[in-house]
Design a protein around this ligand. Structure first.
Ligand code: PMP
Length: 364
């Protein structure tokens, strides 16, 4: 909720849309307008499809990538979460990691057989996978800044290597920007890092708090989707007029008055404050941050991949979380979820948060 909850203009747009009708089972002008806003904002997206969630976006993007390349295998990274898509619910982050079910029961060996799991930021792992089976790899999907094993920042070498290898081998590079899209920059992590993937998935901010996701990319790839091509994807409620109204208005506001510089400044302030609170309490920690997305890891070493995230002191995180609740601050409820804040979190609120963390950590 980058604009905060119940933002006036967003609520007004939702109300007006709902008063006209909540579902038509057909495309609308408003849906096309949101598509145009997305295309204008996100460098990799020349054509886009709206769906109902981040999960649908990644599921559909994979199908299109496989259909477009005629290949089956997909590379994902441990600790990255792409929704509850069967083939991606392997070594998953987020709640799956927190609750000890990174490979969910109910996912058949067949559904996961074509998923290759590599370690995040591991350049040689990528090189080996492509050297061994590059011509069978349909796609590489990743969170270009991870939010789902806590905030983990990619190295430029990692991103550039995967861009080069996927191009050389005719594989499709998919940035899952469900979290980072319109968050770490208006055009997402791809704008921030200057690396353009072939396809992108979106959710969360793009729906302004309503159930909406999107996937898109290069025109020639998206032209594989029915009716232009043969890859099937459809949805009764996709492009839902109420969700589109919320998303479209949110993007209008973000474009008209970009909050990104302010978010960066507040992010810097919060990260420095949390880190000094932990240092003063003598607690081994590391903070990772990109813009308004960050994590205080109860881990003395930098967290660059899942194996390192897994070494965090989960009990310490639990005490930190509940201590902050006692102080009236609601942090993400897992070490493996990044923290976000909105443009309404001003200096006073950020400082209150730091004070609450300081009190909590001092009492450890
Ligand atoms: N991809 C990423 C990077 C996500 O963070 C999430 C949700 N946390 C999803 C996909 C799935 O989105 P949804 O929950 O809307 O299905």
């Amino acid at each position: 909720m980058i604009l905060g909850h119940a933002q006036e203009e967003v609520v007004e747009a939702i109300t007006q849309a709902a008063a006209r009708g909540t579902s038509y089972g057909a495309p609308t002008e408003a849906e096309s307008r949101l598509a145009e806003q997305i295309i204008e904002a996100v460098p990799s997206i020349e054509k886009v499809r709206l769906v109902n969630s981040g999960t649908e976006a990644t599921m559909s993007a994979l199908r299109v990538a496989r259909g477009a390349t005629g290949r089956n295998k997909v590379i994902k990274f441990s600790g990255n979460y792409h929704g509850h898509v069967d083939s991606l619910l392997v070594a998953a982050g987020s709640a799956a990691a927190t609750l000890g079910a990174p490979d969910s029961p109910g996912v058949t060996p067949g559904a996961a057989a074509d998923t290759i799991v590599l370690s995040y930021n591991d350049v040689s792992g990528l090189q080996n996978a492509f050297a061994q089976q590059g011509d069978e790899i349909a796609a590489v999907i990743l969170e270009p800044v991870v939010g789902n094993m806590g905030c983990v920042v990619p190295t430029m070498e990692f991103l550039q290597t995967m861009r080069d290898l996927t191009s050389q081998h005719g594989s499709i590079l998919i940035f899952d920007e469900v979290m980072t899209g319109f968050r770490v920059a208006f055009g997402g992590a791809q704008e921030r890092f200057g690396i353009t993937p072939d396809m992108t998935t979106l959710g969360k901010i793009v729906g302004g708090g309503m159930p909406l996701g999107a996937y898109g990319g290069r025109k020639d790839i998206m032209d594989q989707v029915l009716p232009a091509g043969k890859v099937f994807q459809a949805g009764t409620l996709s492009g839902n007029p109420v969700a589109v109204a919320a998303g479209s208005t949110t993007l209008d506001i973000l474009k008209k008055s970009p909050p990104y510089e302010a978010l960066e400044k507040m992010g810097e302030r919060l990260a420095a404050g949390l880190s000094s609170a932990a240092s003063d309490a003598g607690i081994p920690h590391t903070v990772a941050r990109v813009g308004s997305m960050m994590t205080l890891f109860f881990n003395p070493d930098p967290v660059t991949c899942w194996d390192q995230a897994d070494r965090c002191d989960r009990d310490a995180f639990g005490r930190y979380f509940w201590g902050l609740i006692g102080e009236g601050v609601y942090m993400p409820c897992s070490q493996f979820e990044a923290l976000f804040f909105s443009r309404l979190h001003d200096e006073a609120i950020i400082d209150e948060t730091i004070d609450a963390a300081r009190k909590t950590l001092a009492a450890f």
